[in-house]
Design a protein around this ligand. Sequence first.
Ligand code: ATP
Ligand code: MG
Length: 138
Amino acid sequence: MSNRTFTMIKPDATRNGNTGAILQMINAAGFRIVAMKMTRLSKEKAGEFYAVHAARPFYGELVDFMSSGPITAAILEKDNAVEEFRKLIGATNPAEAADGTIRKLFATSIGENAVHGSDSNENAVIEGDFFFSKLEQF
Ligand code: ATP
Ligand code: MG
């Protein structure tokens, strides 16, 4: 259970042609892809996914951005996956992200920050189930 996390390659990274490079970094860091799909969130679905942020001032912008183009959703497996993946992606704001992290390399702003990573084991399961049926999780 605690060895899985959920990620999305966000619309900015998709538009910029960085999907392959990001998947390469994920694999190189030792994560196994156990579910994956390219899809596009409707505004309604993006709002539902980020409902926890509904009261925040950036919520409308976040929902618009996350529904602005295709994303790649995936479930990843590795020991201590949630924490290890957040280390690999770096801080929310790319200006504060450590060198060599995915956000340092590919994010352009705090809003358009290339990738999502779950923040807890519980949310990893909820988010993975949001996109994938149990039959699609290998
Ligand atoms: P994510 O959940 O996407 O992995 P995170 O956990 O690093 O990112 P959260 O605090 O959960 O950060 O914020 C969710 C997303 O909302 C961020 O990734 C970013 O796209 C957007 N966001 C957060 N803070 C701001 C802000 N101050 N201005 C604009 N957008 C923001
Ligand atoms: Mg978050």
